[in-house]
Design a binder for this molecule. Sequence first.
Ligand code: PEP
Length: 250
Amino acid sequence: MRKKLIAGNWKMHGTLASVSALSHVLLQSVSSTGDTSLVVFPTSIHLQSVSEILKDSPIAFGAQNFYPEDSGAFTGEISAPMIHELGCRYVLVGHSERRQLFGESDNLIAKKFLAAQTAGLTPILCVGETREERETEQTEQIIRDQLAFVLAEVGLAAFENCVIAYEPVWAIGTGLTATPDQAQAVHLFIRHWLSRHNERIAQKVQILYGGSVKSVNAGSLFAMPDIDGALVGGASLLAEEFLAICKAAG
Ligand code: PEP
């Protein structure tokens, strides 16, 4: 039985005061989240403060971004070992905002996936199609290509310690959510794709749904057999909403 995981992507939001306050509220309420795992992703500059609040707590924290070299002349970047040293457990890899706004290629994404694991972090690999790709019935092809690129670079064993997030690009930050049936169909496709390589890994990997998840739609998404939680953007900045989503998971 896969445990549910709820991840909050705080993106480039908040102040030191507001993210600290949010972390404290989550910490105080965490006992009411049951058997669900929680992780939050503050900005890199807020990570140190959030780590001090959440360290040794049941709420994990992670980084939204990093560069896949351990150290060197990479002005402005942070590395996976630096993130790990802070106590992070997870990193986001392949988020559509990084793919689209910052031109991250499949090649860079595969390198980041590998660098994260090498540093002892669990990558949450985001995949998803655009609206046009869905409308032209390319969804499965796009997801398969995004996964296959990483697989070719890192090998199957690397999928043992990762989380996959299905995030239709048309649903991120738009208020549009995939219906539970639409999301389940893609999650099942991903699990079948994994099971063609290794059934045990396919059954083990948590597959999260992301795209305008809110407390009102979370329950019906989590009722689907292959949806193992959510990657939540906007709603994760509101403590009550985020906690209600966590509660819906379990
Ligand atoms: C995200 O940032 O991954 C996301 C799913 O955002 P939102 O929940 O705001 O759509």
